[in-house]
Design a protein around this ligand. Structure first.
Ligand code: NDP
Length: 373
């Protein structure tokens, strides 16, 4: 435990409403990265993302460590506990999870469960007196997001949504270039996120096609990257959305959730964003930002590694060098530093709520009045 401080339809919907980059912390120099001084995280849900991406990243963290595991699969939990040096007494299941309140080694509960369970575990974590880092999307409805925010506020605990792209160096570089005016006046953005969802072949996809657990289809899961990117790239909140959906209801994968959904956003400065989200195409995770002087292309933009940045203007194209770093460790360290420094996360609950509100606005417009042309 760390040494605590004191403390196919086209319609329009009007929506109200940015995100910035993190500064180096004084803790970086002051701490010797002693494991016992690190902030203790309990990982809730030992699935694909937690075990393949996040847990391995803790080795690169300066301020975060794995202190406990919460799982419905005892054998898997025991094996991972041995692998990550977690004491057997710090393994919990979903029934005895609330007793984590008596464990001073746990400071942060990191929720890596299906989306439909994020709200319940956030609220239970705050009742146990813990800070919360929750995976994206924050929850299935704006109402649940608000309940999560309120619960953390009431308990005086931090709430951060794990928008890893906002801690990822290529995305931070893109934001910095746009803010410096390298592209000139920002005019338009295109963003595409898609993959082929495989609920029978990949266990991690089985809950993603169930409305109750996923909240929606491709838009909730991956289209959210396009949406969130338009907001952090512009630094603005959209004021209008339009949407059009195409889902093959004969495809057994899409009985409860949508497949393809395209949406456009208008921002107060006049920037227009055109985004696509799909659960039936081969993998794409890219965006391109157009200004009146230059364009910036990131493809992939929101992958786990090997991002590819290009900038083009009237003189041609170039590929700036950016150090890939470890976006997962950066995100975990940010949460830990917020706890250590008693500061607000860069991607707090309110950031997650904005996206879920927009997603629901997009869902509302997809069945809007059609204009035949
Ligand atoms: P998985 O299905 O692989 O993992 C979810 C885990 O939750 C399961 O392995 C299981 O762990 C636990 N669980 C508890 N109840 C249920 C239930 N009813 N159904 C299914 N699982 C249950 O999914 P992912 O790891 O892909 O996704 C987990 C979370 O991470 C989601 O919120 C997702 O949106 C997010 N995510 C974020 C990414 C990012 O880049 N930021 C990328 C991928 C996912 P156990 O057996 O230990 O109980």
């Amino acid at each position: 435990m760390f040494l605590r401080q004191a403390g196919q339809a086209v319609a329009t919907v009007i929506v109200a409403g940015p995100a910035a980059a993190s500064a180096p912390s004084p803790l970086d120099d002051a701490m010797q990265y002693d494991d016992q001084k690190k902030v203790g995280f309990a990982i809730v849900g030992l699935g694909k993302f937690a075990t393949q991406q996040m847990m391995p990243a803790f080795k690169d963290c300066k301020h975060a460590r794995i202190a406990a595991l919460v799982s419905g699969s005892p054998d898997k939990a025991k094996k991972l506990a041995r692998q990550y040096g977690v004491e057997a007494k710090n393994i919990y299941n979903y029934e005895n999870f609330d007793t984590i309140k008596d464990n001073p080694e746990v400071d942060v509960v990191y929720i890596v469960l299906p989306v439909g369970l994020h709200a319940e575990y956030t609220i239970r974590a705050t009742k146990a007196g813990k800070h919360v880092l929750t995976e994206k999307p924050m929850a299935t409805s704006p109402e649940d997001c608000q309940k999560m925010i309120d619960a953390c506020q009431k308990a005086g605990k931090k709430l951060m949504v794990a928008y890893r792209a906002q801690y990822e160096p290529f995305n931070l570089d893109a934001i910095a270039r746009i803010r410096k005016g390298e592209l000139g006046k920002l005019l338009q953005i295109t963003a595409d996120h898609g993959r082929s969802v495989d609920p029978t072949g990949d266990k991690a996809d089985s809950w993603r096609v169930q409305k109750k657990l996923a909240g929606g289809g491709s838009l909730m899961d991956i289209g959210i990257y396009s949406l969130n990117a338009t907001r952090y790239l512009t630094g603005e909140e959209p004021v209008e959305v339009t949407a059009i959906e195409s889902t093959d209801k004969n495809d057994p994968r899409f009985q409860e959730v949508e497949d393809r959904i395209h949406f456009t956003l208008r921002f107060p400065s006049g920037v227009l964003a055109t985004c696509t989200s799909s659960y039936s195409i081969q993998e794409v995770k890219r965006y391109r930002v157009f200004g009146d002087k230059a364009w910036l292309d990131l493809d992939p933009a929101t992958d786990y590694k090997e991002h590819n940045l290009k900038i083009g203007d009237k003189n041609g194209e170039r590929k700036p060098n950016v150090d890939e770093g470890n976006q997962f460790a950066a995100e975990l360290d940010h949460m830990a530093e917020c706890v250590l420094n008693n500061t607000t996360p860069k991607t707090p609950g309110e950031e997650g709520l904005r996206d879920i509100r927009l997603i629901h606005a997009i869902y509302d417009t997809r069945t809007g009045k059609r204009v035949k042309v």
